[in-house]
Design a protein around this ligand. Structure first.
Ligand code: IPE
Ligand code: IPE
Ligand code: MG
Length: 263
């Protein structure tokens, strides 16, 4: 099989996501995390280090987002959640917020054909109120276009907060109780899980955070309750495929016990 040289650092749409197979680590299929979340942090610091403005750092992140998606596909990750804009990020300057909204919308628009070709099913997790309608419209078009793809589900977490998601689930449950659809006053974990934004997506196995910060910043509060964490030093624009595979390798060597005792 011939492999085209693909320059993932360029903004051009690569023809295929696949690396030369000799460089893809041969992880045991049953050990690869099913659902990986990435807190894509450090764009502002990356720009500052170069005397650039913060939004240049966000722009430099775009090819890395797609390198990360390709890396996940190549090693068999089935769900990838990308923390793109948090419910707390509205605190930033109006200029930066405006840039992040417009940029997210444009990326989805420009890259949907590429994602479709790669077999990506585009998903969204987040709150509607406050989010730009044009962002929601682009997400909805991309979700519709890619709904039958089965290689990987890529969840763009935009206007997403873990606590907001749990509060929204509780509000839905309360409405269903009032409408008589749920009887009694027992709220179970299963019931909350079924009312999350994307209830079909399994719990998160591994959360990666770039930029050296060691906190979760309200990402996947429910789904990552038992996740492994890998905090890596690279600023997100310096991250990429090989670094992603290193995180998968770290995960594979962790001992997940879920409160039990390994024999
Ligand atoms: C992550 O990079 C991107 C978003 C939160 C949208 P930052 O913008 O947080 O960059 P730093 O953390 O300030 O370097
Ligand atoms: C988390 O990064 C949110 C995203 C990556 C979208 P932040 O930069 O917003 O988080 P804090 O402020 O360091 O907690
Ligand atoms: Mg940050």
């Amino acid at each position: 099989m011939a492999f085209e040289h693909v320059d993932y650092k360029s903004l051009d749409v690569p023809a295929a996501p696949f690396s030369d197979p000799s460089i893809i680590p041969d992880f045991p299929k049953d050990k690869v995390p099913r659902h990986v979340g990435v807190i894509m942090d450090g764009n502002g610091r990356w720009a500052k280090q170069r005397g650039l403005i913060r939004t240049d750092g966000h722009q430099a992140a775009e090819p890395v987002v797609f390198d990360t998606i390709a890396a996940a596909i190549e090693c068999g990750v089935r769900y990838l959640s990308l923390y793109t804009f948090s419910t707390e990020n509205w605190k930033r300057s109006p200029q930066e917020v405006r840039f992040l909204m417009g940029f997210s919308r444009d990326i989805i628009h420009r890259r949907v054909a590429q994602m479709d070709k790669w077999g990506v099913r585009v998903r969204w997790a987040g709150r509607r109120p406050r989010l730009w309608k044009s962002v929601i419209d682009e997400l909805e078009m991309a979700m519709e276009r890619t709904k039958n793809n089965k290689v990987i589900d890529v969840v763009f977490c935009i206007n997403y907060g873990g606590r907001a998601e749990i509060a929204d689930a509780c509000a839905d449950i309360a409405r269903e109780v009032r409408a008589g659809k749920i009887k009694g006053d027992r709220v179970t974990e299963k019931m909350i899980a079924e009312h999350l934004y994307n209830p079909d997506i399994p719990d998160c196995d591994l959360v990666i955070r770039t930029s050296g910060e060691q906190r979760t910043s309200n990402f996947l509060a429910w789904q990552a309750a038992y996740a492994e964490y890998d905090f890596v030093p690279e600023l997100f624009p310096d991250y990429g495929r090989e670094a992603f595979w290193r995180s998968i390798d770290h995960y594979i060597h962790r001992d997940r016990r879920f409160g039990g005792v390994k024999k």
